[in-house]
Design a binder for this molecule. Structure first.
Ligand SMILES: NC(=O)c1ccc[n+]([C@@H]2O[C@H](COP(=O)([O-])OP(=O)(O)OC[C@H]3O[C@@H](n4cnc5c(N)ncnc54)[C@H](OP(=O)(O)O)[C@@H]3O)[C@@H](O)[C@H]2O)c1
Length: 297
């Protein structure tokens, strides 16, 4: 089974699921395990890899690069089959540094170009300058397209209003907003989703349940019931809920082969929740009724 794609507004397609790499590349003793985990994901069928210059200060991109090169040289994939996402630090997202940052990410990953480049979060550099640089990177074929991360409603409104000197609405070329989204943190469902720009859900497993505000997710009766019904784990139910959202891409991270396989079973729709069970989950873990700021970690 494969992972479905969704269409972005530039007409291109993006896989609806991938893998994250946060906290990789920070410790040389973990490197072999991390490279193997990304390699195994590609072997399973994952094509989208999410990383950032911030993760391990380039270390995660290096680790991902090693896994990618191994997968390419073993004939599992070609470069063009992969969908590589990286992010620029806000303080590097201006004319002075972004071109170097992007080039360094590409070099560490060894991929020639990025499929998607995101502004990691909003910083002090004017948004208009970042957007203009992103557009230039597209023209130079360093990146295929660009997006943002951790943008709330006001940031999105400002972004979408940006025009270039020819009065073209270049802010509208943003294709994705990567935000925190999991079953127990659904702030994005109130307003952000209405922009029609696909969300990339980060921390979809609530970091193994550790960032759930309402208390332990492991004691929730509905999750316990559904895990029995679908013969899977609570994490697979949590992931399947996020994955069921039509305009949402999700990027769970794991360095353990059994977890990668479990996540792949969800992302490739082998485990799919019924409409009825999705409704029960929606009632048990409702989106806020009024807009609240999106969570961020
Ligand atoms: N844009 C941003 O600001 C931002 C912020 C945070 C994250 N992200 C991106 O989103 C990715 C995912 O988010 P995340 O890493 O914060 O959290 P996550 O994917 O929600 O959770 C990762 C944790 O869950 C565990 N896990 C994974 N699959 C599991 C399974 N099937 N069963 C049980 N435990 C499982 C992992 O441990 P094991 O390794 O032991 O499996 C790890 O501890 C990141 O890696 C990063 O690429 C972006």
């Amino acid at each position: 089974m494969t992972i479905q794609s969704i269409q972005l507004k530039d007409g291109s397609f993006i896989p609806k699921g991938g893998v994250g790499t946060w906290e990789m590349g920070e410790n040389e003793f973990e490197e072999e395990l991390e490279v193997e985990s990304i390699y195994k994901s590609i072997e399973l069928g994952v094509r989208l890899i999410d990383t950032a210059e911030m993760y391990g200060e380039g270390g995660a991109e290096r680790v991902a690069g090693k896994a990618i090169q191994k997968a390419i040289s073993n004939g599992i994939v070609k470069r063009e089959d992969l969908y590589i996402v990286s992010k620029v630090y806000p303080f590097n997202a201006g004319r002075k540094n972004i071109f170097n940052s992007c080039e360094n990410s590409i070099k560490r990953l060894g991929v020639g170009y990025l499929d998607l480049y995101l502004l990691h979060w909003r910083g002090r550099i004017p948004l208009k300058e970042t957007v203009s640089c992103m557009e230039q990177l597209v023209k130079e074929k360093k990146i295929r397209r660009w997006g943002v991360s951790n943008f709330d409603v006001e940031d999105m409104e400002e972004l979408l209003s940006i025009r270039n000197k020819d009065n073209e609405k270049i802010g509208e070329n943003c294709v994705v907003n990567q935000v925190l989204y999991h079953i127990a943190s659904r702030e994005a469902d109130t307003e952000l989703i209405k922009f029609g720009i696909p969300l990339m859900a980060y921390s979809p497993l609530a970091r193994a349940g550790t960032i759930v505000r309402q208390g332990s997710i492991f004691k929730n009766k509905l999750l316990l019931k559904l895990k029995e019904k679908y013969n899977c784990t609570i994490f697979q139910i949590m992931l399947a809920f996020v994955h069921s959202k039509p305009n949402v891409i999700t990027i769970p991270k794991s360095t353990h082969i059994n977890h990668l396989c479990e996540n792949y079973d969800v992302l490739s729709d082998k485990i799919k929740l019924s409409e009825e069970d999705l409704k029960l989950l929606d009632e048990e873990f409702p989106a806020p009724t009024e807009r609240r700021p999106i969570d961020m970690i």
